[in-house]
Design a protein around this ligand. Structure first.
Ligand SMILES: NC(=O)c1ccc[n+]([C@@H]2O[C@H](COP(=O)([O-])OP(=O)(O)OC[C@H]3O[C@@H](n4cnc5c(N)ncnc54)[C@H](O)[C@@H]3O)[C@@H](O)[C@H]2O)c1
Length: 484
């Protein structure tokens, strides 16, 4: 359970009734802002509205799942050392004191750790999901039970999705948001469009996704961004962990869980040798696969060759490979023509840009039969009996077929928390109404928060060495253009 300090902090009147009162409501089963899993088809907010509570203090699927959700959060805490270290170090200073944060992210055990950290650092939060399918209902229940204003459940309707976000963005007598933590830009968008006056009171936006960052740059270009925003998507620590290290592990997990494949001796083609492709190739090679790489960029192709991979055109190996993985960020990389020539049983999956890399559309023709053999696994069957195995209909295989390691989310969460702290505490002149990257020193700090887990000991620069390299002894240690 969260510490009493955190509870106290989150139990202010903006977040609804006191925990005591809420308990009594819940035990009396009049918790109309939560419904049971058996309530299929009924959206929880409809119950709240029907009961004359259009603005409930929280709205989740089933509050009674809170114990299960709390255990999930505690498990996640064990594998999120960086964000937990930040919580421990900053909880006395309360760098987010009086911050009122609108959050719109996936709601799972790992984000719950972030939410409770922000509260421990002094913030009050109201939180909605950025995706209608990804909410862990039991975690949302645990957060609501602990006193957080959570509006999210798995399987939200489109209308419910926006209702939930609006519950967080709408200013009231006791809730005037002053920060936004967004993943995809929907909270930012809604607030700007529906509550423009409240949007002007925002001190800063922290955005995590490629799409959201793109929208922010567009707003900035159009002169419509009136507050500073931090692009944490492109923070070096996040990029490395999300793209390289996380994919290195999750590609294997996704393939194993969905196909029970043995990797030793199999032939795999990986399209694209960027961060994601490099991670996939390393993992497959380590398990004894024969790995081919396709690339358009001579630098990445040379890197692949130096790392011991054969660089080929997909056409050259398409008849012999057992696995094809796309990781290019591009479209139409694996075409119907390629799939026509694949051998029986070839597994096709995408780790790159969501459902554009494999031309899945071209497989939806009357001459091919689709057979759903497992969740996220389709067999596409030709007239002669040949079948290929398509994962997640060409969407990101690791996100659909496996789970994201908590450690990776710890890095992202610590980066988000620091970005919020920086924007919230920065003197007025430091950031204009524009999109910024997190200062490198903070990226370095995020990494340093995770080092004790590995009992890693940093070497300190001597005065002479620092002078020789022209560096401050405490960083930043690299120029902004350094690529790692
Ligand atoms: N699955 C995940 O969890 C996950 C995580 C992070 C990023 N991504 C996504 O993965 C994609 C790749 O990310 P990245 O960081 O590796 O990008 P990157 O730009 O570092 O690498 C992509 C590589 O693909 C190459 N490429 C482009 N078109 C190609 C083609 N037609 N054939 C062969 N190679 C081609 C490029 O030259 C580049 O080297 C992006 O869409 C990114 O959003 C997925």
């Amino acid at each position: 359970m969260p510490s009493s300090g955190i509870l106290k902090n989150s139990m202010n009147e903006e977040c609804g009734p006191s925990l005591k009162k809420r308990h009594s409501i819940v035990s009396g089963r009049s918790d109309f802002w939560s419904s049971s899993d058996e309530d299929e088809g009924v959206q929880p907010h409809e119950k709240a509205i029907a009961a004359g509570q259009p603005n409930p203090p929280y709205c989740v699927r089933n509050i009674e799942q809170h114990d299960f959700g709390r255990r999930e959060i505690e498990i996640a805490e064990q594998e999120m050392p960086g964000i937990m270290a930040l919580r421990a170090r900053a909880k006395d200073d309360k760098p987010l004191k009086d911050a009122k944060i609108v959050g719109c992210t996936h709601i799972n055990a790992q984000t719950a750790v972030l939410i409770e950290t922000l509260a421990a650092l002094g913030a009050t939060v109201r939180w909605a999901a950025c995706n209608i399918y990804s909410t862990q209902n039991e975690v949302a229940a645990a957060l609501a039970e602990a006193g957080y204003a959570i509006f999210a459940w798995r399987g939200e309707s489109e209308e419910a999705f926006w209702w939930c976000i609006d519950q967080c963005c709408t200013p009231t007598a006791s809730w005037q948001p002053n920060m936004i933590l967004d993943d995809g830009g929907d909270a930012t968008h809604l607030m700007l469009k529906k509550h423009p006056a409240a949007f002007k009171q925002i001190k800063g936006i922290v955005e995590e996704s490629v799409t959201g960052v793109h929208r922010l740059y567009q707003l900035s270009k159009a002169g419509k961004l009136s507050v500073p925003a931090m692009n944490v998507n492109d923070s070096v620590t996040k990029t490395k962990f999300d793209n390289l290290y996380s994919c290195r592990e999750s590609i294997i997990d996704a393939l194993k869980r969905s196909t029970d494949l043995m990797f030793g001796g199999k032939q795999a083609a990986v399209c694209g040798y960027g961060e994601v492709g490099k991670g996939c190739c390393q993992a497959l090679k380590a398990l004894g696969c024969v790995v081919y790489v396709t690339e358009i960029d001579p630098i990445c192709a040379l890197q692949a060759a130096m790392d011991g991979f054969r660089v080929v055109k997909l056409n050259e190996v398409i008849r012999q490979v057992d696995i094809v993985i796309t990781a290019t960020g591009n479209k139409g990389v694996v075409t119907r023509d390629h799939m026509e020539r694949m051998k029986n049983g070839c597994v096709v999956c995408n780790m790159g840009h969501s459902n554009t890399e494999v031309d899945v559309h071209a497989l939806r023709t009357p001459d091919l039969m689709w057979e759903r053999v497992r969740s996220q696994v389709d067999h596409i069957i030709w007239g002669n009996g040949k079948r290929i195995v398509l994962l997640a209909e060409g969407r990101l295989a690791n996100l659909c077929c496996s789970s994201l390691p908590s450690f990776v989310v710890s890095v992202t969460a610590a980066t988000q928390a620091l970005a919020l702290i920086e924007l919230y505490n920065a003197p007025a002149h430091r950031y204009k109404a524009d999109v910024y990257l997190l200062p490198k020193k903070m990226d370095e700090y995020v990494a340093s928060l995770h080092l004790p887990t590995f009992d890693a000991h940093l070497t300190e620069l001597t005065d002479e060495q620092a002078k020789y390299l022209g560096l401050n002894k405490v960083g930043p240690f690299k120029p902004n253009y350094y690529r790692y």
